[in-house]
Write a protein of this length. Structure first.
Length: 334
């Protein structure tokens, strides 16, 4: 029981740190400032109402038409969307959807959103600031739903948690956003790029030996084992690899080196997050000082690879096309 509680505590800490450090893409109406014309809807302009030029050039004044309240058009909905994660912000940019709020992050955000209000890091957005933007929708990710859903609800803010745990889930989210914000053609084009890439990978890996893979996810001071339900685990599977951790329902597990050594993977992938340079040093020290790692075939055969954080995040993102190319190189030494 103590080990279970300890593993749960470690997993929660790592997820929190990842999002704090990471701060963890057809046309629709863009939000515009309310014009004075809206406040006088249904009234004619004082300089032009009821005037009509006659054939002789004189103006004949006619009574201003009275609008029939029953025939008024429904007001056009103006979307005011706040994105609270980097991955979602990139997706909205690719779909050319304007935002009124974006996450605070050390990462470079799309130029489209330069000058847009920053609402805090993904793990703990500033609720008062978010509410002041009068959003019609706030976007986060399911990884943070357990912690943030009650916070948004208590603040009276409508939040939608997008599932980005896999490439397929991200594609579903892109198509859904495209439908909601009248960007269906753009969404379909983005998804088609991924479908084309996956078809090419499937053809390329047909008949090849499936390499076994261990994925380690590290942040300063600790690391976990990533299952096939994590985003990086999903990329391994899509690229034709086999995660040595099977049959689990969660994204990450506490490490048990003895068990991992028995599985003896062909390849070890090390994902460094938070402070990547510091985490890589931690991994290097662990592999040097803990003798058990020297008995892994992946270590003996120099098949240990450190993943670039920008490409291999904890949630799916639009850089997955590049990430799949890199993954193919690791798995098949291309």
């Amino acid at each position: 029981m103590k080990n279970v509680k300890r593993a749960a505590a470690i997993i929660f800490m790592i997820v929190a740190v990842l999002f704090v450090f990471s701060g963890c893409s057809a046309e629709t109406s863009k939000p515009t400032a309310t014009s004075s014309a809206e406040s006088t809807a249904g009234q004619a302009s004082p300089t032009t109402a009821g005037t009509a030029a006659t054939a002789t050039g004189t103006a004949a004044v006619e009574p201003a038409a009275t609008a029939d309240p029953a025939k008024k058009e429904a007001p056009q909905v103006k979307h005011r969307v706040v994105s609270t994660t980097v991955a979602v912000t990139q997706m909205m940019d690719a779909l050319e959807i304007d935002l009124v709020g974006i996450p605070t992050s050390v990462k470079v955000l799309p130029e489209r959103y330069k000058g847009i209000t920053k609402v805090g890091n993904p793990m703990s957005p500033d609720m008062e600031l978010v509410k002041s933007l009068q959003p019609t929708e706030v976007l986060s990710v399911t990884t943070l739903q357990y912690d943030l859903a009650p916070v948004f609800e208590s603040a009276g803010i409508k939040a939608n948690f997008i599932d980005l745990t896999s490439l397929a889930k991200m594609n579903e989210a892109i198509l859904s956003l495209g439908k909601t914000y009248d960007r269906e053609q753009k969404a379909a084009a983005i998804v088609e790029q991924f479908n084309t890439k996956l078809a090419a990978i499937k053809q390329k890996t047909a008949g090849k030996k499936q390499p076994s893979v261990l994925i380690l996810l590290g942040v300063p001071g600790s690391y976990l084992v990533a299952t096939e339900h994590s985003f990086i685990g999903d990329l391994v599977k899509l690229a034709g690899g086999k995660n040595i951790v099977q049959g689990e329902k969660v994204e990450y597990l506490a490490s048990n080196t003895e068990y991992l050594q028995q599985a003896n993977p062909d390849i070890i992938l090390r994902a460094a997050h938070g402070l990547p340079d510091e985490v890589v040093k931690m991994f290097d020290q662990e592999f040097q000082e803990n003798d058990i790692w020297q008995h892994f075939n992946a270590v003996k055969n120099d098949r240990v690879y450190d993943l670039e954080e920008a490409l291999f995040g904890t949630t799916a993102n639009l850089d997955a096309l590049k990430a799949l190319d890199v993954m193919m190189g690791y798995l098949y030494q291309e």
